[in-house]
Write a protein that binds this ligand. Structure first.
Ligand SMILES: [Zn+2]
Length: 234
């Protein structure tokens, strides 16, 4: 194998590792956003479970205010009964009192129904709270692992970048330039094997002439189709 090819293969292996690290780093914000959405969804589910309970509370408070108002009304009617001397007025007031008492009974019945519903909601709310706590914990663990992964990836990136100069020493400048351009434009694959006359990069048949040149191992040969640097598998 040509010594340049050997060096470039080592460099390519390193560069592919760095490329993988950078790709992973680039994907982290998306992963974090997904975790954030999970967090939000867990909150929403708990909120939905709580909303009926809140509605019931609001309605019960309203009913209690109404009951109080009716009770006050009854007290006023009773005072008026004490003050009146007219029989007609007295019975009219008694009728009003009976009506108000009937309304109070209806309001209290409605309140009872609501209390029963609130009671029946308790287990499902409890379950929703437990599920919420478990989900939050899971997401928090994921978040923490994302932070650790980011730290590890950053460290790996620095390491690979710091070591790169030592892997390019001795490689001809033009060849390195050619390699760099190929690596960038060909998805991180600048050097490929040619097997059974086919380029492993583009899967196209390579010309007979090119195959002979690769086999001769005298110069760097590019694939006539995709331009990648060809070498014979060892
Ligand atoms: Zn090719």
């Amino acid at each position: 194998m040509l010594p340049e090819i050997e060096k470039l293969l080592v460099l390519q292996d390193r560069d592919q590792k760095l490329r993988a690290v950078l790709t992973e780093i680039a994907a982290l914000p998306g992963e974090k956003a997904a975790r954030d959405r999970e967090f939000k969804a867990a909150d929403d589910r708990l909120e939905a479970a709580r909303s009926r309970q809140k509605e019931i509370e609001v309605e019960r408070n309203k009913l209690e205010v109404e009951v109080k108002a009716k009770q006050d009304q009854i007290s006023r009617y009773k005072n008026q009964q004490l003050e009146t001397r007219k029989n007609e007025e007295f019975s009219a007031l008694r009728h009003e009192i009976e009506m108000a008492e009937k309304v109070i009974i209806e309001l209290e019945d409605r309140e009872l129904v609501l209390m029963e519903e609130a009671e029946s909601l308790k287990p499902s709310l409890q379950a929703a709270q437990e599920a919420h706590a478990a989900e939050k914990k899971k997401v928090e663990t994921h978040m923490a692992s994302l932070v650790t992964r980011k730290e590890n990836l950053d460290a790996r990136q620095k390491e690979l970048e710091a070591e790169r100069p030592s892997f390019i020493t001795g490689i001809d400048e033009d060849l390195l330039d050619r390699y760099n351009r190929l690596f960038k434009s060909k998805n991180g694959i600048a050097l490929v094997t040619v097997e059974h006359g086919v380029c492993a990069g583009c899967n196209m048949q390579v010309t007979h002439q090119a195959i002979l040149e690769v086999k001769a191992e005298k110069e760097i040969v590019g694939c006539p189709q995709c331009g990648r640097i060809l070498y014979e598998p060892q």
